[in-house]
Design a protein around this ligand. Structure first.
Ligand code: CUA
Length: 360
């Protein structure tokens, strides 16, 4: 093996002729390539602070994917630096010079060919082994103590059902920290993809074929989720938030969400309740009122819509101005929205806003 290596070195020496000039040019190439790699690293590191980043994992699932990614990143980094440095150095050393004879040509070298076939094989195997380990780890059955949730993709919003707790919500997933969450993924219409960059990798929501994923969140906080499969006009506006909270915080949230909606209190809200339980009831459920969901077109459950931080699949913060804007022209906020323009008067809109905000 040492002899083979010496032969390769001799070959390289002949290529480069190891003149002081070629050594300097090779070193300059290496410095330039390392500087470029460093800039890439800065960009890579910087993106860890973004909200939809996979570089700042906060669960067992994303951490193992991230660790695997780092192995790939480092190995391909070495390949990139080596190949780019030699490409640049050779282009400088062997560049055309007027009057100079062409560099010596080489044809066929079995040893070199075997070496540059073996190196990629070793790299691919080094990536494949941990990849299979991560696949087995993350795709296996969820732990027995998992919290079961059913997530359904709709054009263009997410519905979350908690069968054990007997509650349904939309676009806002609350989970306790440190407990595995097992989510069954369904679709009501077309193919969507469920993705929480910091908590779990993408898994498709396919109509008629339910998938499952599971993960254990490590840290309380608010995380961003996004549909990751083009599903129509408002695909980019199909977002959700994940609130990872302490067990006490989660229990309090569940206790509130399982309550029925309270009757409207304010005069304006009472008028709003009348509109909501007649007009809105065609598509929306408000538990504890006369609404029900036995209809073909179905919108989000509004029983506790006032308690959510956002509306319209997290395209807007939940406040009176945005609610009014949404009610006035839903497709104007979320193009293609299944909720039509209801031609409500300004008075009706402020009555509805008053009522919806009471639904805490
Ligand atoms: Cu749903 Cu893209």
């Amino acid at each position: 093996m040492t002899r083979e290596l010496l032969k390769v070195l001799a070959f390289l020496e002949e290529c480069l002729r190891f003149s002081p000039r070629s050594i300097v040019l090779t070193l300059i190439s290496l410095v330039v390539v390392l500087a470029l790699t460093w800039v890439l690293w800065i960009i890579f590191e910087g993106s860890a602070s973004h909200l939809q980043t996979t570089f700042n994992p906060k669960s067992d699932n994303t951490e193992s994917i991230h660790d695997l990614y780092m192995i790939v990143w480092v190995l391909s980094g070495f390949v990139m630096v080596g190949v780019l440095t030699l490409t640049m150095a050779f282009s400088l050393i062997f560049r055309e010079r007027p009057g100079a004879p062409p560099a010596q040509q080489f044809h066929g070298n079995s040893r070199l060919e075997i070496i540059w076939t073996l190196i990629p094989i070793v790299i691919v195997v080094a990536i494949a082994i941990p990849s299979f380990q991560v696949i087995l780890e993350t795709e296996g059955d969820p732990p027995a103590n998992s919290l079961d949730i059913v997530a359904t993709g709709h054009q263009w919003w997410f519905e979350f059902e908690y069968p054990e707790e007997n509650l349904i919500t939309a676009n806002e997933l609350h989970i306790p920290v440190g407990r595995p969450v097992s989510i069954e993924l369904r679709s009501d219409d077309v193919i969507h993809s469920f993705w929480i960059p910091q908590l779990v990798g993408k898994v498709d929501m396919v109509p008629g074929h339910n998938n499952r994923l599971w993960f254990t969140p490590y840290e309380p906080g608010e995380y961003y989720g996004q549909c990751a499969e083009y599903c129509g006009t408002s695909h980019a506006n199909m977002r959700f938030r994940v609130i990872v909270e302490t067990q006490e915080g989660y229990d309090a949230w569940v206790a509130n969400q399982t309550n029925d909606a309270l009757p409207a209190v304010g005069t304006e809200a009472q008028a709003g309740e009348k509109i909501a339980t007649t007009l809105c009831a065609a598509c929306h459920m408000i538990r504890g009122t006369s609404t029900n969901t036995a209809f073909a077109i179905k919108g989000p459950d509004l029983t506790h819509v006032g308690s959510r931080n956002h509306i319209a699949a997290v395209t807007m913060e939940n406040n009176s101005e945005n609610l009014a804007q949404w009610l006035k022209n839903p497709p104007g906020v979320k193009p293609g929205s299944r909720m039509p323009v209801l031609a409500l008067s300004d008075e009706q809109i402020s009555q509805l806003v008053a009522y919806l905000q009471e639904l805490q």
